[in-house]
Structure formats: C-alpha cells, structure tokens
Design a protein around this ligand. Structure first.
Ligand code: 7TS
Length: 409
C-alpha cells in the first residue's frame, strides 16, 4: 500500500512551522531526518520513568534500563537480519567505520595489501582507510566511476585482486544518489579473499537491508538519518570477525576481570562498548525502527523513487541547471548546480522561501573534483515529502535564476 506523506507529516512536530514567513519545506534529509512523535515520546518516557545505568545496578530502574538498551540491540539486529551480538552501538556511521578500520583492518593489513574503495565515498568511508593505509603500508585503490556516476562490475573485478584485504563501499551515494549492487560486490570481494564493509548511512533509512542475504562482513549506519536521535548508530560485523578484533575503548563496562597489571574483556558486542553508552539514544533508535517498519521500508523506497523521478523531471526542465548522478535506480535525492550561481547563494535564496536544502561539498571532496565543481546544491527527500514540496523547490529555483538572471546561460 502506498504511504500517505501528509498523514505521516502530522507525526513530525518540527515540520509544522513557518520559516521566513513560509511553511517549512525540509529537503535536507540526507544530512539528517526529522523525528516523529513516537521517537520523542519514547526518549522522554525513558528519562521520566526508567533512567539508570546499564549492566550494573541491581535495582529495578537499572534492570529496566538494561532491558531497554539490550531490547534496542535486538530490534536493530532483527531490522538488519543479524544476531544481537553482532551489533555494536556506536555514535553513528563515522565511528562505526573507524571501529572497523582500526579494529579489523589495522590488525590484518600488511605492507602492500590493498584497500579498495570508490571516488563516491563520503569522507567518513575514506579517511579511516587513508589512515589505516598510512599506518600499515597498505595501498588504497579506487574502482573508477562511469560518467553517469555508477560503477561497473567488470571494473570491480579488475580493481579487486588477491592482494585486496578489504573492500569498503557505500550502499547509496549521498551526492549522486547511486545505489551500488553491494551483494554482487560482496561476492567478488569474497571470491578474491577480501572482506567487505558497507557504508549504510544512506541506505538504512530508505530501503530494506539484509546483511545476511547481501553477505556483507561489516555494515555501518546512523540513527539520525532514519528518524532516530543523533549520537547513536551501529556497526554490524560477522561474529567471527568481531571475535578476532581487539577493543578500541578501554575502561568501564567492557571488562570481565581486572587485575592490577592485566585485564580480560567481555564477549562481543560488549567488549567494544567501553563506558556508559547512549542508552536514551538506543531507545530512540528502537522507536524509530518500529516507526519505519510500521510504514514499511518497501513503501518508503517506492515513495522516494517516485519523488526522485518527479524531481528529476521538474528540475531538468529548468534551463541552465546541471543535475548529477544516474537517471534511474537511485535513492531520493537530487544534486545540482544552477548555472554558475554558487550553491550557497542558491541555498540562501531558497531559505528565504522557507525551503531547506544543502549546499557545499557534502563531505565528498574527491567526488566534487571528479564532477569538476567545488560545490553543489542538494535536495534530499524522505517519507513526509510530497510532490508539492518539489513544486515549491522548482518554483523557487526559477525565482533564484531570475534573481541572478545574468548568471545562467
Ligand atoms: N556515509 C555517508 C554515505 C553519509 O551520507 C554520511 C553523512 C556519513 C557516512 C556520515 O554519517 P554520520 O552520521 O557519522 O555523520 N552524510 C551527510 C550528508 O550528506 N550531509 O550531511 C551529512
């Protein structure tokens, strides 16, 4: 059943306000999504009723907090089709990828080994690998991009060799909207003896994820882009790989026995969760997952496909606009430039109309260089956006063009 964006919008208090005298149109969802009442209420309820530290207090609130936190882990595990012990809570995608890069790659990488990534990676799935390479003598290799911003499997076959230890790739690009065939890439990586990490920051909010069916080794995502709070996300890792990794954060919560001169660690996943965790964040994330599951991930994906197609149609009709990325098989965002008007100026004019978009390099500087631009504008959609939001965007872009009239050819 198709979802009803206007009914869903009712669940998001923040969306019902005026910005600069206009009803807010929020089109910056790839940066962060808004939060439904169910998530806000769950976090408030947790703090008002259950708040205590986890895994320690032998008292009722401590037991409730632990149950809520571990219950959230079970929910995340089911959502990704994983086991709870394969889910490590992190601050988000960035810290999840760092955990994998430092914990796994740096332990297993030797001089001359290869790490394979793509030029469309967010800095969070690029810099940790640069660092891992620098510290181990491994080399970074890139799967080339096609002119439309996709990658070809034959290029994956060519780039991944028997010296490749890890392939790290985004499931969906936050700039191009490209959806990568991670299951096929996982098959190639495994055949050549490498493991694969998938950056799920832009896929988890928008499509059904199945780490077992895709057969990926690591998967990272952030709660805040999928209706959950900031400061919580997770790293999925296959149990055998996580077992073999050393912890990164040493201290409370992650230990089994501490002696004066040495200590032992808990089992996975707890050995990776040193210190008091973000319990309320996990509670909020679990509520967000419940919310998304009620709407249906397939419904969300279909809605966004429709919005992306409509946005491409409306925006490409504007003279002087350049739209980046593939025309089909993409997630719900559109990245563009309007003639030679700087994207920050585009964003400023749109903001005066109550429309929130993103302008800049989107944490993808190598990709900007590949596109031969310094920055772009980006409108990104979610389940509460409608075609009329896109109409407002298109009309405001025409207005922007008139305002800067001389700048567009
Ligand atoms: N990977 C991708 C593909 C992303 O889009 C982002 C955030 C991250 C990793 C990092 O996620 P974090 O939650 O750890 O910060 N992307 C964006 C964006 O496109 N605009 O703002 C943040």
């Amino acid at each position: 059943m198709a979802l009803d964006p206007l009914a869903l919008k009712e669940e998001f208090p923040i969306l019902h306000q005026e910005v600069n005298g206009h009803p807010l149109v929020y089109l910056d969802n790839a940066a962060t999504s808004q939060k439904p009442r169910a998530v806000l209420d769950a976090m408030r309820r947790y703090y008002e009723r259950d708040n205590a530290n986890v895994h320690r207090g032998v008292h009722t609130l401590g037991a409730r907090a632990t149950e809520a936190y571990e219950g959230a882990r079970e929910k995340v595990a089911r959502f990704l089709n994983a086991e709870p012990r394969e889910i490590i809570f992190t601050r988000g995608t960035t810290s999840a990828i760092n955990l994998a890069a430092h914990g796994y790659a740096r332990k297993h990488l030797r001089e001359g080994d290869e790490i394979v990534i793509t030029p469309m990676e967010h800095h969070s799935n690029l810099i940790p690998w640069q660092e891992a390479a620098r510290k181990t003598g491994a080399v970074l290799k890139y799967i080339p991009l096609q002119p439309d911003g996709t990658i070809r499997l034959e290029d994956v076959e060519r780039t991944v060799t028997d010296r490749t230890r890890i392939v790290a790739i985004t499931a969906a690009s936050n700039v191009l909207g490209t959806v990568n065939p991670v299951d096929r890439i996982a098959e190639i990586a495994h055949r050549k003896g490498a493991v694969i990490l998938v950056d799920g920051a832009q896929s988890t909010p928008h499509m059904k994820v199945d780490v077992k069916a895709w057969d990926v080794d690591f998967y990272a995502f952030s709660g805040h882009k999928m209706c959950g709070p900031t400061g919580i996300g997770a790293l999925y890792g296959k149990a055998a790989l996580l077992d073999a990794m050393d912890p990164l954060d040493f201290g409370g919560e992650m230990i089994e026995v501490v002696e004066l001169y040495e200590s032992t660690w808990k089992e996975i996943p707890w050995k990776f969760e040193g210190g008091t965790p973000n319990i309320a964040g996990a509670v909020g994330l679990a509520a967000a997952i419940e919310f998304l599951e009620q709407v249906g991930l397939d419904n969300i994906a279909a809605h966004e496909r429709k919005l992306a197609a409509y946005a491409l149609e409306r925006l490409t009709a504007i003279e002087g606009i350049t739209v980046y990325g593939p025309r089909h098989d993409r997630v719900g965002l559109v990245t563009f430039n309007l003639g030679d008007i700087h994207p920050h100026d585009v964003s400023t004019v749109l903001d005066a109309e109550g429309i929130a978009i993103r302008a800049g390099h989107h944490c993808c500087q190598p990709l900007m260089r590949w596109l031969n631009v310094t920055a772009t504008a980006r409108a990104s959609f979610y389940l509460y956006n409608t075609e009329s939001d896109i109409d407002r965007l298109a009309e405001a872009l025409v207005k922007t063009k008139e305002f800067f009239g001389h700048a567009v050819g």
